[in-house]
Each structure stands twice: as C-alpha cells, then as structure tokens.
Design a protein around this ligand. Structure first.
Ligand SMILES: [Zn+2]
Length: 149
C-alpha cells in the first residue's frame, strides 16, 4: 500500500532516579504514565527489581519524579514495487531496493535504473551519489534502536 512519509509527534513519560552525588543521568528511568503510574508491560526484565530498590531506599538515589520526553518520529513513505507489487519502505532518499525482485527506487518512489547503468547514464560520479545520501535516514534507524527498551 502506498503511504506518504509522515511525521508523528511522540510523547512519553519516565519516572527518573539518579544516584546521589553522581551524574544526573547515572541512574534509572522507568517508563510510566503522565501521572507516574508504572507501565510495567514495557519494562525490561531488571526494571522491577530496580524499581523496588529505588523506592525502598536500598539504592542511594534521588527521585526526580516524572519527566516528559517528546520527539518527532518520521515514518518513511511506502510504495508498491512496479514489477512485483511487494511493499517497499523508502528508508533512504536515494536508493531503496525491493526485497523480492531487486528493483530500486529513490526516496520519492521513482524507479531507478539498474546500478550497473548509474554512472554511465546519469553522468554522476560516485562522489555525487554519496553526497546525495540522506544522513537523516541513518538517524531514523538509530532512533528506532534506542527506542527499544
Ligand atoms: Zn519488486
């Protein structure tokens, strides 16, 4: 299914604790609701133990309360492959290949010539192609990584 690229505003909340006398970010962060109610389904396996120790005073931590985190997440556009109909997510602005048949599309969903023809047909040298590479695409992937808890 074709879907345009769209940006979603994301908000989540954490209950934050940091170790006394240490860096503010050395400590614990627990996913919770706006009201500070723990969202334990989303926690990792160690979180319950740490949560208990933070709240019982076993850990020497400062309770920073609930903190709001906001960011914009851009969902890349998707298209259907012209050749085989497989859905392709346009992660990259310059080349996204179909998993099934290998046809490539740019970030606007326009079909690209086979790579073997790139430099001859377009007069582009490799440096030009690399300069067109969209670093945002990398950051989006990196965001996805760091968002898994
Ligand atoms: Zn295909």
């Amino acid at each position: 299914m074709r879907q345009p690229r769209r940006t979603e505003h994301m908000v989540r909340y954490h209950r934050e604790f940091s170790y006394k006398g240490k860096n503010r970010h050395s400590g614990f962060s627990f996913l919770c609701t706006q009201d500070g109610i723990p969202i334990k389904d989303a926690w990792g396996p160690e979180a319950q133990i740490n949560w208990d120790k933070c709240n019982s005073g076993e850990y020497d931590v400062i309770d920073h309360g609930v903190e709001k985190e906001e960011w914009d997440y851009t969902h890349p556009a998707t298209i259907d492959c012209n050749r085989c109909g497989t859905e392709i997510t346009l992660h990259s602005s310059w080349a996204n290949s179909c998993d099934k048949c290998g046809v490539e599309y740019n970030g606007s969903g326009q079909q690209l010539a086979p790579r073997s023809q790139w430099f001859e047909d377009t007069n582009e040298c490799e440096a030009d192609v690399l300069n067109n590479y969209d670093p945002e695409a990398i950051y989006q992937d990196a965001d996805l990584e760091s968002l898994s808890w």
